[in-house]
Design a protein around this ligand. Structure first.
Ligand SMILES: N[C@@H](CCC(=O)N[C@@H](CS)C(=O)NCC(=O)O)C(=O)O
Length: 238
């Protein structure tokens, strides 16, 4: 069987959820960059695979799947060991992971996106109090989820941590501070040891340069390509 293919765009937090899962399963994967700034996701070839034209999109030997968290779940189901803690089989443990995944999908990520999208694509320079307060409310929930827990679902890293890390790192690099959230800060610091952490961070850091990047994005991303290795994705100039 050919290695799985992940269609990926580094600044996209959902896309990084899938990539982090691949890295934490140590799966052999080909990562192909889809340049959203150049609207490559709207090509007929891509729409044939994913009519919703979103990254991440997974190609597992002709089986196409999108929605980052569904991809993470599928990858652990199909590539994880039978006792993988990343997505536990016990119904209650799994339910807790699902709750955190839905929290990210329905609460944290949309609040991050409400800030990130206008910054990255529309050149917005001010973040309204309302949007900022929405994010801080989400941080408060997360602070409580982590009370008495090392990771978001207990003693082990799960795909919920990977999902939340991808979303949180974007807003951190836009400028959010975890100063008032000691549990969340401690968790975020400990994430530095997760496989693929730096690769995720590199994608999230693009927001630091967002204002300038917007002007040069198309040019820059057209000059870059992602080469694929078993262990790490490297972005190299062609
Ligand atoms: N809920 C989806 C969100 C995916 C999504 O909206 N991806 C954006 C990038 S962050 C995208 O591909 N946008 C391109 C488009 O919609 O054409 C997931 O978790 O995968």
């Amino acid at each position: 069987m050919a290695p799985i293919v992940l269609y990926h765009f580094p600044p996209s937090a959902p896309s990084r959820v899938a990539l982090l899962t691949i890295r934490n399963l140590n799966v052999d994967a080909e990562v192909k960059q889809v340049n959203l700034f150049a609207k490559e996701q709207l090509s007929p070839e891509f729409i044939k695979m994913n009519p919703q034209h979103t990254v991440p999109t997974l190609d597992d030997n002709g089986f196409y799947l999108w929605e980052s968290r569904a991809i993470a779940q599928y990858l652990v189901e199909t590539r994880g060991s039978s006792d993988s803690h990343l997505y536990p089989k016990d119904p209650k443990e799994r339910a807790l992971v699902n709750q955190r995944l839905y929290f990210d999908a329905g609460t944290l990520y949309p609040r991050v996106r409400a800030i990130a999208y206008p910054v990255l694509f529309l050149g917005e320079k001010k973040i309204s109090d309302e949007k900022r307060n929405h994010i801080l409310d989400a941080f408060t929930y997360m602070e409580n989820f982590l009370e008495g827990r090392k990771w978001f679902c207990g003693d082990h890293l799960t795909i919920a941590d990977l999902s939340l890390l991808a979303s949180l790192s974007s807003i951190i690099h836009i400028g959010a501070s975890l100063h008032n959230y000691p549990n969340l800060r401690r968790w975020y610091e400990q994430c530095a040891d997760i496989n693929g952490y730096e690769e995720n961070d590199e994608g999230a850091k693009i927001f630091v340069f967002a204002h300038n990047l917007r002007k040069f994005a198309c040019k820059c991303f057209c000059l870059m390509t992602v080469t694929v290795r078993d262990e790490k994705t490297k972005i190299v100039a062609q």
